[in-house]
Design a binder for this molecule. Structure first.
Ligand SMILES: Cc1cc2nc3c(=O)[nH]c(=O)nc-3n(C[C@H](O)[C@H](O)[C@H](O)COP(=O)(O)OP(=O)(O)OC[C@H]3O[C@@H](n4cnc5c(N)ncnc54)[C@H](O)[C@@H]3O)c2cc1C
Length: 446
């Protein structure tokens, strides 16, 4: 009789960049890998704003996780949200989408759950100012953007029309800058001559940022160039301001002197901060590990949690040497964690070298033909920055079909200013009462 040995069980929480690269590093290893994610897709977050602004479709930036990993015969994917970790019993507790419970045993646990939007203790702002972390967020933003122009067309008076034609972005990091540039392009080019009661190019875009510059992480020279580019596109920069209130009709900001100003704006988008998802706090409670102010988990140089060599934390949710929340950090740390497990399974006894991040740089797209790229001593902006941006994003987009689709969509958008993905959904006012999301009622007998 054949002797069946249970392979070592590796559970990966999260199928973002870090989780995916961890699973890939284990591809040829005799281990049983389970990737648990609360979404069924792997999302290319850096291009979310292109989905939100109608250049790319949701299918071009999100691939079914199980399709991405279909050739990894030792990997299974589960749609569930991890809620707790029992470190004594080595079990992950998870909730299925219908509320059902799952408990998954592990020998190694790789945590790659990323970060979520933070409203700095004002979660009530979220209803009026969506963030941009998920596919839902991008589609919600797309709906709000294009709907605002439709609402302006039928506004009863000039005052309300102007409110619909004013857009506010909170946060001057890459996402805020990218969205600001996109909205000006939509207003000035994509929607040109489509409306009867107003000139869409008159739409105002206001960008609020607490520090003195946008794209501060790119260094002063590129930050200045980005600010000049935004201003030349017509984006109004409000630097050194803090948003203190947001409601359905606008927002209130405070400047450094404490003076407050109210802006009447019907579309507010929030890109200002991140915090760890609740599972990070659950893990901290279970292991006693410390979290930083945003909830990231402090790890050892080999990405393990102190006292728990079987648990590694990777990607945005790990706190190590103030590494930034970048896709490249997530990919490299995920791959490192997977590799260390693989080496252990192969019986290599040598202590793994500490994780070392190779900084390949970062890029932010501002508008058609204009981007900033920082890679070591290389600082690019304008058209060369944009070409570099194009190359980087094509190289990293998951899947050949996504790449091909993106090239086609970008060619059309860049050549003609048109956007193919402008469709948005909204509830029908006359939908039968009770047709709420959820299971359909049973059919009545004939
Ligand atoms: C709008 C935007 C633009 C960006 N642009 C850039 C850029 O230009 N360049 C760059 O380098 N970086 C960029 N980033 C950052 C980059 O996307 C992140 O650094 C990267 O995605 C982090 O990878 P991760 O795997 O750690 O987390 P994520 O990619 O966020 O993946 C985490 C996964 O965990 C899942 N998850 C969370 N909680 C649970 C749970 N409890 N149970 C199960 N699953 C869970 C989530 O569904 C998700 O799939 C951008 C991010 C955003 C939001």
């Amino acid at each position: 009789m054949q002797d069946h040995v249970t392979p070592r069980r590796v559970v990966i929480l999260g199928g973002g960049f870090a989780g995916l690269f961890a699973a890939r590093a284990l591809r040829r290893s005799p281990v049983a890998v389970t990737v648990i994610d609360r979404r069924a897709h792997h999302l290319f977050q850096p291009l979310l704003y292109q989905c939100a602004s109608g250049i790319l479709s949701e299918g071009q930036i999100a691939q079914p996780l199980r399709a991405v990993l279909r050739r990894h015969h030792n990997v299974s994917c589960l749609l569930a949200e991890a809620t707790d970790v029992d470190v004594e019993a080595r079990l992950v507790h998870a909730r299925r989408p219908d509320g059902g419970a799952l408990a998954l045993p592990y020998d190694d646990l790789i945590v790659a759950v990323g970060m979520r939007q933070s409203y700095f203790g004002h979660d009530e702002f979220a209803a009026h100012a969506p963030g941009m972390k998920t596919l839902n967020d991008a589609l919600d933003i797309r709906r709000r953007l294009y709907r605002a122009f439709e609402m302006a067309e039928t506004a009863p008076d000039a005052e309300e029309r102007q409110q619909w034609l004013t857009f506010a972005l909170v946060g001057g990091g890459p996402t805020g800058v990218e969205l600001a540039g996109q909205i000006r392009e939509i207003a000035g080019h994509t929607l040109e001559r489509e409306f009867q009661t107003f000139d869409s190019a008159q739409a105002r875009v206001l960008l609020f940022e607490g520090s003195d510059e946008v794209l501060g992480a790119f260094g002063r020279p590129l930050a200045h160039r980005a600010a000049r580019t935004l201003q030349s596109l017509g984006v109004e920069l409000h630097l050194g301001t803090k948003v203190t209130d947001v409601d359905a009709h606008g927002l209130t900001v405070q400047d450094r002197d404490g003076a407050t100003t109210r802006f009447e704006v019907r579309t507010v988008l929030w890109t200002a901060g991140v915090e760890a998802p609740p599972i990070a706090a659950a893990l901290a409670r279970a292991t006693g590990v410390t979290q930083d102010r945003a909830g990231r988990i402090a790890v050892e140089p080999d990405l393990t949690i102190p006292g728990h060599p079987e648990i590694r934390v990777t990607g945005d949710v790990m706190s190590l040497n103030r590494l930034p929340g970048l896709a490249e950090v997530a990919m490299q740390s995920g791959a490192y964690a997977g590799r260390v497990v693989r080496h252990a399974v192969e019986g290599r006894t040598k202590q793994p070298k500490p994780f070392k991040y190779w900084d390949l740089g970062s890029a932010a797209y501002i508008a058609r033909g204009r981007a900033v790229v920082k890679a070591g001593p290389l600082h690019l902006s304008g058209a060369t920055g944009w070409l570099a941006w194009l190359f980087i994003h094509l190289a990293f987009l998951t899947g050949f079909r996504s790449r091909l689709g993106a090239v086609l969509s970008w060619s059309v958008a860049f050549a003609t200013s048109s956007r193919r993905e402008r469709a948005f959904t909204q509830p029908d006012a006359d939908a039968p009462a009770g047709r709420a999301p959820g299971p359909k009622p049973p059919l009545s007998p004939p």
